[in-house]
Structure formats: C-alpha cells, structure tokens
Design a protein around this ligand. Structure first.
Ligand code: HEM
Length: 453
C-alpha cells in the first residue's frame, strides 16, 4: 500500500483552500489529473478526492462502516439548521429514525403524493402569462417547498412559502464562506453575517414549531410522516421531543425541496438552450397527455421526460459532492487512509468523466436509452448518493421532477432572458448564481381548449 496519494501541494499554511474557494468546480475537476485518488489539505485537515466509481462504491457501500459523515456537516452552522436530523445523525439513532421515516417514502405512498404535486403545479402556473419574465429557479423553489410540506406534513405553507424561500436563500450565503477556514476552525464569531444567519434560522424554526404544535393540538392522525414521527415510541415508551421532531421536519424541509427545485431549474435551463430536445419533450407531452394534466399512471409513458431529468441530474447534480470522514485507519484504491481523513466524491466530476460518458459535457437525454448506459459502472452516476445513506427521497424526487416538467411543459415554454447570464454557484448545492430569468411563451398546442383532470 503506498503511503499517500498524489495531489496539489497548496500553500504551507492554507493548503488548497484558496484555489478551492476561488474556483471550486474548476479546482476539483483539475485535481483529477493527479489520479483517481488525490490527496489535498485544507489548512491542517487532510482530504482525499475520489474520482473512480470503484472507490466511490467502497466509500459509500462496501466500506461504509469505516466512515461517518464529513466534518463540514458537523459545523455549528449546519447543526443549528438541521440539528440531529436524518442527514446528519449517525449510528443507532440514525438507523431508528431512518426506519421510522421509511414508510413515508414507499413507492405506493409516493404515488398518492403525485396528485398533490400536479395540483400544486397547476395552481402555481394558473396566474402565469405568456410574455412575462420570471425567475424560474425562484418559482421552482417555492413550488417544491409547498409540495414537500403538504405531502409529508399535510400542512399548507402557501402563505409563508415566499418568505421561507427568501430566508433560505439568505441562509445559503454564509455557507459560501463555510467552505473556507470557518468550518474547519469551527468558529462562532459574532459577525453581523453570522448573527443574521442565526436570526434567519430562528425565523424558520417558528414556522416548523408552529406546524408541530398545530398537529399536537389537533391530535389528529393524518397518516402522514409527521403523524408517524409523533406516534413513534422508544422502547421505554417515550415519544420524540419537540426538539427532535423539529430536527427531522427541518431536515426534510430542506433536503426535500431545494435539491428537487434545482433539478427542475436546470432541466428548464437545458431545455431552453437545446431546441431539439425541447421539441422531442413537447411531442411526448402532446402524444401522451393530449390536452389533459398528467397523473402517476402516465409516468411509465413519459420516458423522454424522465431521460431529461436524469440527464439534468448528470450535468447539474444539485448535490455535487458527498463527503465522509474515516473513523478508523483504512484503505482505498490501494492507498492508506489515516483516521480523521475527509473523503469526497464529486458527482460534478465523475458524471462528466469521458471514460464513462461519451461527449460528457453534452446534454443528450437519449443516452439514457442507449446500450452504453447498461455498461456504466454503478457509481459513475450517483446523483442520490448510495449505500445505507442513500437519499431517502430519490423516488419522491424523480416522480416530482417528471410530473412537474410535464404539468408545466404542456402549458409553457421558456426562452432565456437576454442580459441575464446563468452561472453555476456551488454553495451547499449547485445553484444558479443569479437565478434563471426566462420569458414565458405559450405552447401553441395550448390553443386547443384544456381538459384538466
Ligand atoms: C433531485 C433531488 C435530490 C437530490 C439530488 C438528493 C441528493 C441526496 C444525496 C446525494 C444524499 C446522500 C448524502 C450523503 O450520502 O452524504 C441525500 C440524502 C438525503 N436526502 Fe436527498 N436528494 C434529493 C431529493 C430529496 C427529497 C425529495 C427528500 C425528501 C423528501 C430528500 C431527503 C433526503 C434525506 C432525509 C437524506 C439523508 C438520508 C440518510 O442519511 O438516511 N432528498 N440526498
């Protein structure tokens, strides 16, 4: 076993921090030139970057017991937001919470969410007019937030959705600097930015606690995730505290809408810039739906729409990295991994690797129907992670993306607004830096009277 993998030296004090912060996506892409396992250092923290599907599989599945979530997820910033919820918790506590939450994500259950997804999407676009300019990323964030809260907590936040959306985008800002020294030093300096952050979290807290209090007060069993969590008991008969419930609700609140909103936003962006794919998308919608709104029974027929979603998740993976920390000395790709090493796999890089994907930077939804896809190594494409900590909401998300694309796409098309360049901003997730401004165009098909279901 060789001692250390090759990698960029960086500066004596900061390691690679500066390069990483200056151009995160460029830096992690360039580092692949060193090999499939690359060592780097952020200040005094050792990090390995894994680029090969075999090693990513070891990290996430076969070797998973040697790792826990990465240090960045344990920063006080992130903790304040999602506490000890499903994304961040570990060990037996995580296992129990995952078991409790799982039934809310069963396929059958999610099918019943489909109706809500389409209904909310129709309601959202009812007021849209051809010719107007909108920020489609903002619209998708609002819509997916409303949907996750309605489906999992049977609550309606339509009145609060814009406010919450605005707070969440404010929350993302400090995370931009979280990739810097701060998450490593774990500092809690009371700078104005930090104070604003903690105040914003308190604002969302109020909304989440309100949802919990209303349900406790009504005592009703809505059969949704919130009811399941409320009823769950420990072996000693105790129930989850409000604080624990808050962490799970907040986690699903965040994990369950931002990522899906981004997948949709990037899909619209790609469609707006690829007329041929857009044409095929529209002809599928016309053929499968005619003039009506979609429902879950249409999903098996909306094949091209699903391929668009998959391809958007390949090129613009909302979660562009997964991270772990070695809890014991172990080995990966023939290299020694000292305890405490932070390991990262980047969807952004591996999903654009020419060894696995032909014309890797091109948007080609058709590739998902090709033979080449059958031969892909399992972890060449992992937008939802994998192994025991795989995204619990992957099926939920795919259904939501396809149904929303179909519901909205049969009524409108989008042309990118001039003078509003779309740039990628890797913060906590892969966001469009200044939104995605589009001009709305009515679908010609829509001239025919609509038969809404
Ligand atoms: C396109 C949409 C989505 C993407 C790209 C995505 C991506 C991911 C990824 C990569 C992970 C694994 C993180 C890791 O291993 O460290 C994850 C975990 C998770 N996701 Fe998603 N997600 C999406 C949608 C959703 C939805 C809709 C929900 C819930 C409604 C959800 C809830 C969660 C939760 C709770 C976890 C933690 C699971 C655990 O550790 O047990 N996600 N997601």
């Amino acid at each position: 076993m060789s001692a250390l993998p090759p990698g960029p030296k960086g500066s004596l004090l900061m390691g690679v921090m500066r390069e990483f912060n200056r151009d995160t996506l460029g830096f992690i892409t360039r580092c692949r030139d060193y090999g499939d396992v690359v060592a780097s250092r952020f200040l005094y923290v050792r990090a390995y970057f894994l680029y090969h599907p075999t090693d990513i599989e070891t990290l996430l599945t076969t070797g998973a017991k040697s790792y826990r979530k990465a240090q960045s997820l344990r920063s006080p910033f992130f903790r304040r937001l999602v506490g000890n919820g499903l994304v961040t918790s570990e060990g037996d506590f995580w296992r129990r919470q995952r078991r409790l939450a799982q039934p809310a994500f069963h396929r059958q259950r999610i099918s019943s969410y489909g109706t809500i997804m389409v209904e909310y999407a129709q309601r959202a676009i009812a007021g849209w007019k051809a010719g107007e300019q909108r920020d489609i990323a903002k619209d998708m964030t609002r819509l997916t937030l409303e949907i996750v809260v309605k489906t999992l907590f049977n609550a309606d936040v339509s009145n609060d959705a814009d406010h919450v959306g605005e707070i969440l985008s404010r929350l993302a800002k400090p995370f931009a600097s979280q990739a810097t020294v701060k998450w490593i030093l774990d500092n809690r300096l009371p700078t104005p930015g930090h104070r604003r952050y903690f105040n914003s979290v308190s604002e969302i807290d109020r909304l989440v606690f309100r949802i919990i209090a209303e349900r406790r007060a009504s005592g009703s069993d809505e059969g949704d995730l919130l009811s399941m969590l409320l009823q769950a008991q420990d072996e000693d008969g105790s129930h989850m505290s409000d604080a624990q419930l808050r962490d799970e609700v907040m986690t699903l609140f965040l994990a369950g809408h931002e990522t899906t909103a981004l997948a949709l936003s990037w899909s619209w962006y790609l469609l707006a810039t690829h007329p041929e794919a857009e044409r095929k998308f529209h002809s599928e919608l016309d053929e499968v739906l005619g003039g009506r709104a979609p429902d879950v029974n249409d999903l098996p027929k909306l094949k091209y729409t699903e391929m668009i979603a998959k391809e958007a998740l390949r090129l613009y993976p909302p979660a562009y990295a997964v991270g772990r920390e070695a809890i014991e000395e172990t080995e990966i790709g023939g290299y020694r991994v000292p305890k405490g090493t932070q390991l990262f796999a980047f969807q952004w890089v591996t999903q654009r690797d020419a060894r696995f994907f032909e014309r890797p930077d091109e948007f080609e939804p058709e590739r998902w129907a090709s033979e080449a896809v059958q031969r892909l190594p399992r972890y060449a494409y992992f937008p939802f992670g994998g192994g025991p900590r795989q995204c619990i909401g992957n099926y939920f998300a795919m259904i939501e993306i396809v149904l929303l694309l179909a519901t909205i796409g049969r009524r409108f098309r989008f042309a990118l607004a001039e003078g509003h360049p779309v740039e990628v901003l890797p913060v906590l997730s892969l966001r469009p830096k200044s939104g995605i401004k589009v001009n709305l165009l009515q679908r010609p098909h829509d001239a025919a009277p609509l038969r809404d279901s």
